[in-house]
Design a protein around this ligand. Sequence first.
Ligand SMILES: *[C@@H]1O[C@H](CO)[C@@H](O)[C@H](O)[C@H]1NC(C)=O
Ligand SMILES: *[C@@H]1O[C@H](CO)[C@@H](O)[C@H](O)[C@H]1NC(C)=O
Ligand SMILES: *[C@@H]1O[C@H](CO)[C@@H](O)[C@H](O)[C@H]1NC(C)=O
Ligand SMILES: *[C@@H]1O[C@H](CO)[C@@H](O)[C@H](O)[C@H]1NC(C)=O
Ligand SMILES: *[C@@H]1O[C@H](CO)[C@@H](O)[C@H](O)[C@H]1NC(C)=O
Length: 405
Amino acid sequence: MGEGTLINLGQHKGEEEQGQGNRKGVFFLLSVSSLSSLSVCSQRLKDEIAEVTNEIDNLGITEERKSMQRNKQMAMGRKKFNMDPKKGIRFLIDSSLLKNTSNDIAQFLYKGEGLNKTAIGDYLGERDDFNIEVLHAFLELHEFTDLNLVQALRQFLWSFRLPGEAQKIDRMMEAFALRYCRCNPGVFQSTDTCYVLSFAVIMLNTSLHNPNVKDKPSVQRFTAMNRGINDGGDLPEELLRNLYDSIKNEPFKIPEDDGNDLTHTFFNPDREGWLLKLGGRVKTWKRRWFILTDNCLYYFEYTTDKEPRGIIPLENLSIREVDDSKKPNCFELFISDHKDQVIKACKTEADGRVVEGNHTFYRISAPTAEEKDEWINSIKAAISKDPFYEMLAARKKKVSSLKGL
Ligand SMILES: *[C@@H]1O[C@H](CO)[C@@H](O)[C@H](O)[C@H]1NC(C)=O
Ligand SMILES: *[C@@H]1O[C@H](CO)[C@@H](O)[C@H](O)[C@H]1NC(C)=O
Ligand SMILES: *[C@@H]1O[C@H](CO)[C@@H](O)[C@H](O)[C@H]1NC(C)=O
Ligand SMILES: *[C@@H]1O[C@H](CO)[C@@H](O)[C@H](O)[C@H]1NC(C)=O
Ligand SMILES: *[C@@H]1O[C@H](CO)[C@@H](O)[C@H](O)[C@H]1NC(C)=O
């Protein structure tokens, strides 16, 4: 094609010279000789072009090969990451597939392509300063603006699997609460309020949807259990009702759900049931519905009651079996080193007033010896420094109006 063009060019030039006599022939000769030299030239050009094209083709092949190589390494990196997150990240950085910045790594984890969500959770939960930086960058990628707390938690809890370790959960939920409050200023008085309420809804999820939990709390009970957590004030009832309804209508989903929901991953199992409780002032036995949750014993007159009759925080309490002349299967909550000190607790009087309890010990009778043992074990587990309870209790104290408790 290149040659044809040259010939046409020559003819064209010849025509231009029409009517100029000899010069036409001269020109033609000239034209032919230049044509032949041109055609030599063009052959060289052609070869060169072919060579270059070949090189370009080769380049394409190497590019393709390189990209295949990269994909292969990427897949290997992901595989390594799923087995050992830190090693996987190091491999990807060393292979120049990932930049060693918290933002790039956070992006990689947020996209999560081919990554095991348990492994993502393990990496984000690490105590290392750099991992904490990545955790915060990861949260920056989550957009929570105008989402209610449950919607935001759904998104967050789906992006990785929370590890089981209390300190890790604490850091991650702290980062979540920070980001949520920044996206939604004015909803909560403090990050701690957001943190405490986040756990309350995760626990609500279990209460409402785990078939092992028989007593399903009502919205009123949920509201009552979250009194005073907004830096001493109450959260709007409508907000709490919306969160309650949202969870009730659709449980939280977590990745790698192994049947153990989050509550069972990081809390001692809750317990509930009928027990007899000996009065503080008037020594009569009353049948009460007890719920052990959140490191507190709540007791209700009826299972359907919205408000508890009393709350006994288990912090600093001890438990022991006791014999009682009137009732079988008894155990007692007491303060081990201050026998006569009144246990900090509160109860609701018949007229609705909330007053401090007046018990130096709580004596309780279980229906069977077996249930007595189960209650003692559960309460012991709750008392015995579950690190998670401790963390949550510390936050709750910070944001709660029940300052004395
Ligand atoms: C990435 O950078 C952090 C500090 O910014 C450093 O501690 C870490 O060793 C680096 N990781 C790799 C794989 O180079
Ligand atoms: C992710 O990793 C966990 C823990 O190593 C494992 O139990 C789970 O099966 C893995 N999930 C997938 C989808 O491979
Ligand atoms: C919510 O409850 C469902 C049903 O018990 C459970 O599968 C899921 O793991 C729970 N979610 C969380 C975040 O605990
Ligand atoms: C538990 O004991 C610690 C240390 O003695 C004390 O600071 C804390 O206030 C006690 N908590 C309660 C609820 O009495
Ligand atoms: C608590 O009980 C003691 C006697 O056991 C009594 O002297 C005291 O007044 C009671 N306090 C309250 C607040 O009821």
